[in-house]
Design a protein around this ligand. Structure first.
Ligand code: FAD
Length: 372
C-alpha cells in the first residue's frame, strides 16, 4: 500500500517521503498467497462488489505488470456432494467470468471427474466427483512492492528503510522526527501500516478506532518435483470445508499450499508457523494426492502472515477484504483491502491527499503506466 501510494502521489507531482520501520516488503505483502484475483470464495459470501472491483484490478495489473502477474487457470475440485453443490460451483465460476467482463481470461465451466483428470492426471487417486475450471492470475507480491518502490524512487521519492520515526499531526502540518534528529514537515500524512495500523495510530495519538483485526495465514510449499502439478487447484479442506489452494510456481521450483485463516492478537512480527497449522495443510494435500506419500519432511518452505482485515465482526473466513480510508485532519489511514486492489486503494488515498492539501491534483495514471 505504502509503495503504491508513494508512486501514485509522485506521479501526480507531490513531494513524498516513504518511511518504513523495517525493510521494504517486510510485512504482509511478502507473505500472501500471491493470487491476483477476484476471490472465488468471496462469491459465496455475497461480496459481489469486492469481487467485481478486484477482477477489474486483475485486468489492470496483468496489463501494467505482465512480468510480475500472469494468468493462472484453476481447477476447482469437489470430493463430495452431489448434483446441487456441483451446479453451484458451475454457476459460481460462470458468474465469476461474467463479473470479469471483457477481462475474463478463458474457460469457466463445470467439469466431470473425467474432464478434471484429463487436465490434471496427478489427481487420478483423489476422491473426486467433479468440479469446474476457472481463470485467475498469480502475482509476485514482493516483486510488485519492489517495482512500485523503484518507480517511486525514479520519480524522486525518498525511501527510508529501518527508520522508526516519531510522528506528530498538527492542525496545519505533520512532522516526522527521524532517529538521526532530522525533521520532515509535510502537508499530509498517509498511514499504510497493514496489521500494525491500530498500534501505530495509538502511538501517534490518533483516536482509538480498532480499525484492523488480524487473521493469521500459514503457507507451506513443496518442491515441484515432489508435487508436479500443472494446474492450480482449489479445493475444500476435508476437515472444515474451507476453500484453499495448491498453486504451482515453476519459476520458484515449488508448489504453494495455503492457507489457514485464524484470528490472532499476537504482534505480527512475533508469529511463528505452528505445527498444528502445518498438519492441517498437509492433511488436505495428502487427501488430494494420496499416492504421493507427502509428509512434513517434504516441505521446502513455510511462512506466516497477518491479514490486515477491516474490523467488522463475523467469523475469520467470512470477514470482508474491503477497505476504508479514514481522514482525521491532516492524517489519512488506509485500512483493509487486498494486494490485488492496492493500486485502486492508492488512487483513492492520493485523491484524498489532494483534498487534505486543498489542491487539485492531476488525475491518477497508474492504471495506464507500466510498472518497471
Ligand atoms: C496468508 C495471507 C494470504 C493472502 N493472500 C492474498 C492473495 O492471494 N491475494 C491478495 O490480493 N491479497 C492477499 N492477502 C492480503 C494482502 O497480502 C494484504 O492485504 C496486503 O499485502 C497488505 O499490504 P499493506 O501494505 O497494507 O500491509 P503490509 O504489507 O503489512 O505493510 C505494512 C508495512 O508497515 C510497516 N510498519 C509497521 N509499523 C511501522 C512504523 N511504525 N513506521 C513505519 N513503518 C511501519 C511494516 O514494516 C510493513 O512493511 C493475503 C494475506 C495473508 C496474510
Amino acid at each position: 500500500m505504502g509503495a503504491g501510494i508513494a508512486r501514485d502521489a509522485a506521479m501526480r507531482g507531490l513531494s513524498v517521503t516513504l518511511i518504513e520501520k523495517r525493510t521494504i516488503g517486510f510485512g504482509t505483502s511478502s507473505r500472501s498467497s500471491r493470487l491476483i484475483h477476484g476471490g472465488i470464495r468471496y462469491l459465496e459470501l455475497g461480496d459481489i462488489g469486492l469481487v467485481y472491483e478486484a477482477l477489474h484490478e486483475r485486468t489492470t495489473l496483468l496489463a501494467i505488470a505482465p512480468h510480475l502477474v500472469r494468468r493462472q487457470p484453476f481447477l476447482f475440485v469437489m470430493d463430495r456432494g452431489a448434483w446441487w453443490p456441483w451446479c453451484r460451483v458451475g454457476i459460481g465460476v460462470m458468474l465469476y467470468k461474467l463479473l470479469a467482463g471483457s477481462g475474463s481470461l478463458g474457460a469457466h465451466h463445470p467439469l466431470t471427474r473425467k474432464g478434471i483428470l484429463r487436465r490434471e492426471p496427478l489427481l487420478d487417486h483423489a476422491p473426486l466427483i467433479g468440479g469446474a475450471i476457472y481463470q485467475d492470475a498469480h502475482g509476485d507480491d514482493i516483486g510488485l512492492v519492489r517495482s512500485n518502490i523503484a518507480a517511486a524512487r525514479a520519480l524522486g521519492v525518498e525511501v527510508l528503510e529501518e527508520t522508526d520515526a516519531q510522528v506528530q499531526v498538527h492542525g496545519d502540518s505533520v512532522e516526522a522526527t527521524l532517529p538521526d534528529g532530522r525533521t520532515i514537515r509535510a502537508g499530509a500524512l498517509v498511514l499504510a501500516l497493514g496489521p500494525w495500523t491500530d498500534e501505530v495510530r495509538s502511538a501517534i495519538g490518533l483516536p482509538d478506532r480498532d480499525l484492523v483485526g488480524g487473521t493469521k495465514g500459514i503457507h507451506i510449499a513443496f518442491p515441484i518435483e515432489r508435487l508436479p502439478l500443472s494446474h492450480a487447484v482449489a479445493l475444500r479442506h476435508p476437515d472444515d470445508r474451507r476453500v484453499m489452494f495448491c498453486v504451482p510456481e515453476p519459476e520458484l521450483g515449488r508448489v504453494l499450499v495455503g492457507t489457514t485463516d485464524t484470528e490472532t492478537d499476537e504482534p505480527p512480527e512475533a508469529l511463528t508457523v505452528g505445527e498444528d497449522d502445518v498438519a492441517y495443510l498437509l492433511r488436505a494435500v495428502q487427501h488430494l494426492f494420496p499416492t504421493l506419500d507427502l509428509t512434513a519432511a517434504d516441505i521446502s518452505d513455510r511462512w506466516v502472515g497477518v491479514r490486515p482485515l477491516l474490523q467488522q465482526g463475523g467469523s475469520e473466513s467470512s470477514r470482508s477484504r474491503e477497505h476504508e480510508i479514514v481522514r482525521e485532519g491532516r492524517a489519512l489511514t488506509v485500512a483493509g483491502g487486498k494486494l490485488t486492489t492496492y493500486r485502486e486503494m492508492a488512487e483513492e488515498a492520493v485523491d484524498l491527499v489532494g483534498e487534505v492539501l486543498g489542491r487539485e491534483l492531476p488525475p491518477c495514471r497508474t492504471a495506464d503506466v507500466a510498472l518497471p
